[in-house]
Design a protein. Sequence first.
Length: 446
Amino acid sequence: MLAAMPPAPSPASRDEPVIRDGGDACPGALRLHAADDGYLARVRLPAGLLTARQAALLGEAAERFGDGNLDVTSRGNVQLRGLADACGAELAALLDGAGLLPAPGHERVRNIVATPMSGLDGPPERDVLPWVREFDRRLCADARVTALSGRFLFAFDDGRGDVAALDPDVTVLAVGGSAGAGVGALVRLGAGADAVEVGAGDAPRAALLAAHAFLDAVQVAGTKAWRVGELPAEHALCAREFVGRLSRDGIGARYRADVVWPYAAPVRPRGVGAGPRSHLCVLPPLGRFSAGQWRELVRVAGLSRGPLRITPWRGVVLADVPVDGAALLERAGLVVAGDSVWESVTACTGRPGCAKSLADVRADAPLAVGATGGAGVLPVHFAGCERRCGHPRGTDWVDLVAAPDGYRLTAPGRPARTGLAPTDLAAALAEARTTPHPSSQTAVKK
């Protein structure tokens, strides 16, 4: 159920620290963001986990208070759009009743991604979801971490390297568990090869202490850094020093230098197998479920075993689904088969939701991509302005940016094309996406 493995991404480098003059305006479920199509709420879901009941209530919220659509994000969260400006209290009450606001003061810092297939395939003893649940409990009970930015990211990876590749601020990677070896965890602060090894039982607490180490560094440096990689070089977090911090807190830890970090491609949509039940990966085109599609997803989720798992690649994993579940979802316009054109096409919000956008990119994308999807093509991102919100990481992708005179298309190894009308895009994109490139898929950046 995994695509081919891309090369490991290069750690981000920065010559100077990022200087932020304003506060963190990242939206949440309680702090709504004003957009051109109404208010936006972002509901954070640690590890992307939703029960069928919670999913049904989210769909109800989208239809009662917003435009009915539900967007899944590159951090495995869900966004509601088109919300009325007076719905905040009712929305919060609904989410609280659904168990989606266990700690209202912490809801914006619950940015926790995890390997979507953890516990469903691979070594069962490396299932990181119990770690996530314990970590989230500790996070929500810790008053200090409310100072974290809404962009600070924790990742719990079961060893395959899929979410470790998403540029987390704190990475917890499961190791061991084969040939009788006990399971442990490597904890990484930001990018780089160095890490700290701890026992499996200490992994959640070590991740929380890593957040404390970051907040200490921010305070000492007098900076407004939101991410580990934004700290000034003289205040960068050090794995060796982190070992000492853990030891003082009663956690046995050892320093690990030059760790070879695994990197795997994300889970991609695949149909169920020949058996009566199987795991199912569901992809909504451009990461957006209509109200009807979400209802159908919830219906099939009720036939599955276990929670829905929203992935950081804007899809949903349903575990142990009856074989006819795939057909139900396909009839709703959702992708469950492999090599779909929508596997590698992304877009920003565009018009009418974003005031900065110069085009309705979500309307133009289906007309432009045609049948140029599947294996062996470059990813493509449609952006309504130069900010390119949600664009893929790396360099091997086709960039379509709306400009006042039409779209500008740039692709690896090809000259840029400008002034493209929406009717010109299909032919231009079909040619650009067949450019040979070293990686088959890149991870999506927030």
